[in-house]
Write a protein that binds this ligand. Structure first.
Ligand SMILES: [Zn+2]
Length: 472
C-alpha cells in the first residue's frame, strides 16, 4: 500500500456537501483514494510521501471536459488566426490529417503537461482525425506515462466535401473502419471502476462532418458498452444554418431524432440554444462543455451558462483544442468563464425582470445572475465530474480520488487579495500550480512536471509542428 499526506495548507477547498473551506488543513490518502480530510493536527503523522502545503491554497483537481490535444501542433497557425469556425477548420483539416504517432504522442504530452501545471487532473480529449498511425493507443500510453487521469475518445469524421460535409474527402475515414476501431478501443481500454485512470467515449465530430447513420450507430454502440457520447453542437450560426437547410431542423432537434439526447451525452459549446432547448437538456440530462476562450477566439458567441445552471443542466469547463485557444491552461479558462458570464450580463437588454439596471450582487433581482468565483470553481471541479459521469472526482473528501493541486499564496499576483484567497484564485492572474497530485502520485512538484523530462518532448513537438505546417 502507498500512502500520501498533504498537510498545513493555509486553506483547503473541499467542494464536499457543505462546501467547506478548511484552515490549516490537509488530507491523507491510501493507494490513490482519500481516507481523511481535516485539520492537520487530526491527520496521521506519517506517510510514504509527505507534502507540506504551508503558505498555499489546496483545491480539488480541475476537470477538463473538452480538448483536442493534437492541436497543440497547430497553435497560432498562419492563416487560421483571424477567422471563424468553418474557415478556420478548412485551413487546418489537412494539417491535422498529417498528424502521425510521434506527433500525436508529443502533442498529447505537451497539452496534458500544461493542464497539470494549471491544476487540471482529469482530461477528456476529443480526437477525431486518425491517420498515418495516429491512434487512441498512443494518446493513452502518453497519458499513463505522465500520470494524468484520461478520458480518450474514439472520435471520427465520415462526411467529406463530395457528400455535402465540410472536411475534404481525404481527411475522413470509412464508417466500417471507424466502428471497428471504436469497438476495439472500448474493449481494450474502457475502465468504469471507481478510481479509473482510463475511460473511452465515442465522439463523432459534428453534424457537418458525420452522416446520420454513423451518429445513430455510434449511439447504439455507446449504449451497448455503457460509454459516454460526445460531439460539438450549437457552436456557430453556420452550423445552425447547415442543419436547417439540410434537415429542416435546428441542431438540438436533429440530434434528438438520432437518439442523441440523454444522461450519457454531453455537447461542446452549446452556445446558440433557445429556452426550450435548455429545458430539453435539463429534462434529458445532457451535459455541456463550456469553452469560453475558444468561443471568443473564433467569435462563436457566448453560451448561456447561468441559464443552464438555473435550469439544472450539468456544466463543465473545457479549454478546447489548442488551435483555437491557444493555451491549455484550465485556470485561465475558469477565469474567462467567470468574466464572460459577467460580460453577457451587461449585454442583456433591460427587459422584463431585467429592467433593474443596478448590476449589483446586492440587488434582489439581479444577484443570482452574477457568476461568482466559487460558482466557477464548482463548474471546474464538481461540474466537470458530473459531465463526465464520475462521482469519484471533483471534491476532496473520504472515498474520492486523491486528485488535488496547490497554489502559492504569497506571490506578487495575489498580493493585496488575501482577504479571500479562494476567490483570488480566479480574480487574480492565473498562477502555475506548485504541486499537482493525481491518483495519489505527485505529477507537479515545485512548479515542474516530475513524472518525465518535458524538455526533449517540447523539442520533438516543435519539430513535428514544423513538419505539419510545411505541407499546408
Ligand atoms: Zn472542440
Amino acid at each position: 500500500m502507498s500512502t500520501l499526506l498533504a498537510k498545513n495548507a493555509d486553506i483547503l477547498v473541499t467542494m464536499d456537501g457543505g462546501r467547506r473551506e478548511l484552515k490549516n488543513a490537509g488530507l491523507y490518502a491510501e493507494d490513490g483514494i482519500i481516507k481523511q480530510v481535516g485539520p492537520t493536527a487530526e491527520l496521521p503523522a506519517a506517510a510514504d510521501v509527505i507534502i507540506d502545503l504551508r503558505g498555499q491554497i489546496c483545491l480539488p483537481g480541475f476537470v477538463n471536459t473538452h480538448h483536442h490535444l493534437n492541436q497543440t501542433l497547430t497553435r497560432n497557425f498562419p492563416g487560421a488566426q483571424d477567422n471563424n469556425l468553418f474557415a478556420w477548420l478548412r485551413t487546418l483539416y489537412r494539417a491535422w490529417a498529417r498528424t502521425d504517432a510521434e506527433s500525436s504522442r508529443a502533442s498529447t504530452l505537451v497539452g496534458l503537461a500544461e493542464l497539470a501545471l494549471s491544476g487540471c487532473t482529469t482530461v477528456f480529449d476529443h480526437s477525431y482525425v486518425f491517420k498515418n498511425g495516429n491512434n487512441v493507443d498512443c494518446q493513452i500510453e502518453a497519458a499513463r506515462e505522465l500520470g494524468v487521469r484520461f478520458h480518450a475518445s474514439r472520435g471520427s469524421m465520415s462526411l467529406g466535401e463530395s457528400k455535402g460535409g465540410l472536411p475534404p474527402d481525404d481527411c475522413v475515414e470509412d464508417e466500417p473502419a471507424i466502428l471497428k476501431d471504436s469497438q476495439r478501443v472500448i474493449e481494450r481500454y474502457h475502465d468504469p471502476s471507481v478510481g479509473s485512470m482510463t475511460q473511452i467515449a465515442l465522439a463523432p465530430c459534428s453534424p457537418f462532418s458525420i452522416t446520420a447513420d454513423l451518429l445513430r450507430e455510434s449511439a447504439a454502440m455507446a449504449r451497448h458498452y455503457k460509454v459516454r457520447l460526445h460531439t460539438h453542437l450549437c457552436e456557430t450560426l453556420d452550423e445552425e444554418r447547415y442543419t436547417l437547410e439540410r434537415f429542416n431542423m435546428r441542431p438540438v432537434d436533429w440530434m434528438e431524432t438520432l437518439g442523441w439526447l440523454g444522461d450519457d451525452v454531453w455537447f461542446a459549446h452549446a452556445i446558440h440554444v433557445d429556452d426550450e432547448e435548455i429545458a430539453k437538456f435539463a429534462r434529458s440530462g445532457c451535459g455541456v462543455a463550456h469553452c469560453p476562450c475558444s468561443n471568443m477566439r473564433l467569435a462563436s458567441g457566448i453560451a448561456p451558462i447561468k441559464k443552464y445552471m438555473a435550469a439544472g443542466v450539468k456544466v463543465g469547463l473545457g479549454v478546447d483544442g489548442s488551435a483555437s485557444n491557444d493555451a491549455s491552461n484550465i485556470l485561465l479558462e475558469a477565469r474567462q468563464a467567470m468574466l464572460l458570464a459577467r460580460l453577457q450580463l451587461g449585454l442583456l437588454p433591460p427587459e422584463g425582470p431585467r429592467k433593474h439596471m443596478f448590476l449589483s450582487q446586492s440587488h434582489p433581482v439581479r444577484a443570482r445572475e452574477w457568476m461568482t468565483a466559487r460558482e466557477t470553481l464548482e463548474l471546474a471541479t464538481l461540474g466537470g465530474a458530473r459531465v463526465l459521469g464520475r462521482s469519484d472526482i471533483g471534491a476532496l473528501e473520504a472515498g474520492k480520488c486523491a486528485d488535488f493541486f496547490s497554489l502559492d499564496l504569497n506571490t506578487i499576483a495575489y498580493a493585496g487579495a488575501l482577504h479571500d484567497p479562494v476567490a483570488a484564485v480566479l480574480f487574480c492572474a492565473p498562477q502555475q500550480a506548485r504541486t499537482t497530485v493525481i491518483n495519489g502520485r505527485v505529477v507537479v512538484k515545485d512548479g515542474e512536471i516530475v513524472t518525465m523530462d518535458m524538455r526533449p518532448v517540447v523539442a520533438t513537438h516543435n519539430r513535428c509542428a514544423a513538419r505539419l505546417s510545411e505541407g499546408a
